[in-house]
Every structure is written in C-alpha cells, then in structure tokens.
Design a binder for this molecule. Sequence first.
Ligand SMILES: *[C@@H]1O[C@H](CO)[C@@H](O)[C@H](O)[C@H]1NC(C)=O
Ligand SMILES: *[C@@H]1O[C@H](CO)[C@@H](O)[C@H](O)[C@H]1NC(C)=O
Ligand SMILES: *[C@@H]1O[C@H](CO)[C@@H](O)[C@H](O)[C@H]1NC(C)=O
Ligand SMILES: *[C@@H]1O[C@H](CO)[C@@H](O)[C@H](O)[C@H]1NC(C)=O
Length: 506
Amino acid sequence: MMRLLNYLTFASIFCSAGALESNVVSNLSDLPFDENDHLNAHILAFPASGPCGALMKAQIEATFLYGHVPVAVEGDAAEKLFGSNIPIKPSAVTDCPAVCLDRGVDSSLVAYPLPEKYYNPENETHQSLEQFVASKSCGRVEFGFINYSGKDLALYWVNGDAETYMYPFLQKERNTRFVTTFIGHTFRAKDPETGEVLLEHTVDFNGVMGVSNHINYHRKRDIREEVKRTMAGEWTKHLQVKRTFSALGFDKGHLPNDVFGSMRAFYYNNRAPPNRLMEEWDSKGLYVNFWETDCNFIQIPWELKFIWQERLKDVVQEWVGETEIEQTDLYGMRQYETGARLLTHVDRITTHAVSLIVNVAQGNLTEPWTVEVYDHANRLHEVVMEPGTIVYYESAKALHGRNSPLAGGFYANLFTHYRPIGDPNWYMKDNPEGTPAPLLDVGKCELVGKPNEYSQGAVKCENDAIGPHLSPKMITATSGDDLYDLWLSVGPSFEDDENAVASDEL
Ligand SMILES: *[C@@H]1O[C@H](CO)[C@@H](O)[C@H](O)[C@H]1NC(C)=O
Ligand SMILES: *[C@@H]1O[C@H](CO)[C@@H](O)[C@H](O)[C@H]1NC(C)=O
Ligand SMILES: *[C@@H]1O[C@H](CO)[C@@H](O)[C@H](O)[C@H]1NC(C)=O
Ligand SMILES: *[C@@H]1O[C@H](CO)[C@@H](O)[C@H](O)[C@H]1NC(C)=O
C-alpha cells in the first residue's frame, strides 16, 4: 500500500492516470519542468518504440520505481538521450538502454545525465532493471542530518506507524550523520526524553538537513592590523612553492555539461534552509567576513562528492598535462551573500597543488563579482565567472581572493583540489621537462578599455599571451602590504569607531 501511494504521488506530478500509456515524449522540453525551468520529478526514461520499447515497458510495469516517473522517449528526445544505442533486435531487456534523470536539473542540461545514470547490465549493481532502479543511479540516495538545536536528539527511521531508532545526532558539521537510504523513506528527529519532534523529512534527493542552524553573530570589528599580518603571512607562504604547472598559474574554462547538470540539480534541491545552513567560522580565521554578512553552506554527501571529483580530475589532468594527479579535497558548496569578501590567500601547500573554483549558481548581482588571481609575476588578474565557469588555479602558489564586497544577490561556489600522486612535497620539486615556462616578461602594458571592464582585454600588453583577464586596476604586488592595500581600498571605510572591538576579543 505504501509503495503504491508513493508511486501515485510522484506520478501525479506529471501524468496521473495510465502513466505508461501517455507519458511519451519526443521533445525533452515536454518533460515536466517547474516555474524556474527545473525538472519537477525524477524521470526514468526508456525507448518508446520497437522491441526495446515493448521489453522495457513490460519490465517497468513490474518494477517498483522509488518515485521515478516512467517516460518513454522517441524522436529527438530518444536521439539526445540514447543516440545510436537502441538496438533494433535486442535479445533481452538487458540489451536496451534506460536512464534516470535527476529532479531539479535545468531544462538546458536535462539531455546530459552523468554516465553513472545510465542502465548498464555489465555493472554488478544493475544486473536487472529492478537493481538498477534501486541503485545510486536512481532510487538510492545519501542524506545527512546535523544537530544545531541545543537539545539532545535522536534520529529515527519511520515506516508506517513504526519508528526505528538509528543514532544520536551529534553537533556540528564535522559530525553530520549520513544515511544511505531510498527516495520516499521518512526520517524523524526527536528529543528522546520528551518525545518532541524537531524535524520530519521524507527523502527525495541527495542532501543534508539541519535541525535549527548555526549562528555567526554580526558585529563591528576593526581587523586592519590582523589583515595586515595575515597578508604578510600569505605572501611568505606563496613564495615557498617552487613548482609551477602553467604559464600564468590560472586559466578559465567551463564545466562539462553532465557534471554541471548534476551540481545544478543538487544545488537547486538544497538551496533553501534547512538544507542551506550557516558555514561554521568559529576558529577558522577571518578569510570570509562572516561577522559582517551571512556566509551559507550546502554540504555535499560523500558519494556525490566522489563522483564529481573523479569526473573533474580528468578535466584538471588535461590542464596539468603529463604529471599524474590525485584528488585530495572537495569543499562546498559555499554561498556568499551581499557584502561578502574573501581575503587574498593561498591554499594548504601539501594537498592543494592544482585546483578548481566552480561557480554553481549566482543571482541578482548588480556588478560582476570577480575572482582576483595573481599570476607568476604577481600581476593582478580579475576573472568574471558565470554559472558553470571553472577557474583552474595553482592553489598554493597563485594568491587569490575576492576583496570587493559582493554587490547584491548571492554567489554559490565549490572548490576541488588535486596534487601530483602521492607527493606531499611536490612544491619543492623542479618542473619536469615540457612544463610551460612561467610567463614573466610581457613587455609594456596599458589600459585600453574601461576601468570596470573585466575579462575582456581591458589591459593590452606587448605580449598578448597574457590573456584577457588582467585587472584594469593594473596592480603588480611586491609584498603583503600591497595585498593589504587592495583590501583596504575596495572595502567599506573604517571610521575610528569606539564600538568596534579588536579582533582578539572575539
Ligand atoms: C522542442 O521544443 C522547444 C520548445 O517548444 C522548441 O524550441 C524546440 O525547437 C523543439 N525541438 C525540436 C527538436 O523539435
Ligand atoms: C555501477 O553503478 C553505480 C550506480 O548505480 C555507479 O555508482 C558505479 O560507478 C557503477 N560502476 C561502474 C564500474 O561503472
Ligand atoms: C545536539 O546539539 C546540542 C547543542 O546544539 C548539544 O547540546 C547536544 O548534546 C547535541 N546532541 C547530541 C546527541 O550530541
Ligand atoms: C532577486 O531580486 C528579485 C527582485 O528584486 C527578488 O524578487 C528575488 O527574490 C531576488 N532573488 C534572490 C534569490 O535573492
């Protein structure tokens, strides 16, 4: 009974009666999208016609779909999802293709599912269609819970009238408890003493949820001295890295559509509280101005992180060339809000050799919020990013930040990091043969564009290998003080305010 109810609830989003008879689509834009143009339901797509159509249809009718709406595709839609992979004479249903499409994906990206989302009988977790639908490709998801409630809480799995105790909720992000579960399963967070229910959630996608939220108190803070010291430290750190990988130390690119689609769906599904929570900044320094503006965090479950990081490793590997790299860390998603600033810094030296900044979403900006990157000659570049833009960067060597306060709106990023395989001492090594030489001398440079024109060649140099991103501010840094001066010049002014507390009081 529960299964049937579940199925009907989801199916009714698209087409309630006789779903299999009527859900035939020849144009992917006829799938069910919401008012923001994101897919409104999980879809199990399969070929509409021919022997594969008949075999799949019979199999799907006999299979529990974990909330997926079955849609038969033909014509252009079949071509986009399956190309030439629909056999004319299949000997069994296992010869036919199917794919699960994530609820929440943008209509422009719905035609590009990750390779993992396709039915592949050679994969031992999809030997039958039933197993496929119950696998990570479709119905199996990972969901995390965090306790910020101030109460002792326990998590229960709810099955009809029965409650199964799972575990106590621990405090804070590092103690997030993940469950591997299925779409349609319900969990409840309760105070075991009083029975008070603080959260009840029926899982419908990969995600994380908080009971209540972390708080970063807003207050005035005069951090000038602390920033000056910090900038001196970052300057020294960046000089410790000898090894380089590219001519400039950074480059701009674009995410492959499949991983972008997966990230967009995840972001869209988890973009509001209680899935979007405050980033914990308690003892992590002052790199983000969390005392002036909210800094949000959307935590990513492990399995999804792993898929994205593996996929992006190939992208970064191509940028790096010969030296084989390994993944070390993926952080995010961090959502900056109006007024946000990120101090110039370099990343952890042993693990963060080559990295990506990924912009997943942004909205309502009144000016582009550029990422500032210093090249191997310490010239300042400012790169404009759109959703789906990636910036490759040599993260322990190329100083980077976002000193100008975010003007209007929000900006959601993730960061993923790699280093030469098994080599925490990579930064002391000489460049292997074939590494592009760092671009140091580019001759005379002059501002030919407007002072607020970014990433469009506003600065021209005699050697145009310098690219289009040089900052119209025309800054070449020679010390931590220069980094400090940029921070001071683009931020709000400090009137000498008696109410401002020195940073060491916090
Ligand atoms: C699919 O529908 C959209 C919107 O109606 C239309 O713009 C597009 O041309 C159609 N695609 C094909 C291949 O017919
Ligand atoms: C098998 O399928 C699962 C998802 O169902 C996927 O995560 C995994 O990567 C696949 N394994 C291989 C070897 O393709
Ligand atoms: C949940 O968090 C609160 C603080 O927010 C803490 O007092 C409580 O002990 C936590 N519960 C568990 C089981 O750790
Ligand atoms: C963007 O701005 C519009 C108009 O001011 C507003 O209605 C909308 O809520 C804003 N969206 C976000 C995500 O802030």
